[in-house]
Design a protein around this ligand. Sequence first.
Ligand SMILES: [Zn+2]
Length: 172
Amino acid sequence: MTGLSNYSRAIDDVVSERLRQIEVEGFTAEHDDRYLNWELARAGACYATVATYKEKTRKDAAKRTFAPGTWPWHLDWWKPKDRRRDLVRAAALIIAQIEVMDRADQLDRKCPVCAEPMNDDDLCATDIELGICHAACLEGSPTVNLDTGEPSDGPITSFRYDDVMGSEGSGQ
Ligand SMILES: [Zn+2]
């Protein structure tokens, strides 16, 4: 599986490995999204680390009797091969972890009323119970003065989503 031949062989191989993880090993989005404790990044770091070992140490690691201390799973899953393949796998695992982060960020950004994603330039308003919603989704809801907590006849206070949340989303 290539098709990215304008890029380097290394990038082709990382993309192929990522697709193999999804299609052959079943590392789908739903599967990966359980790894919220950085398991994928830690596994990637372990494969990258073992690629830096001196040859003898690396060969010992390849016997699979030990894994680097941050290895997140059972030793049965620790399958170092050779340096290049381990680095390719490390890069693909780290991409998988970034995809988990990005999906979690998208979830955080959903409007609690309509469940659509919040875009940076969406006009938003804060609902006391629901938090940040689209201003339009709160149309017709009672308005409260956020300073006093008293009902208000005044217009709903709205703002652009990225003015409060920043263009990088809620982050950590
Ligand atoms: Zn909405």
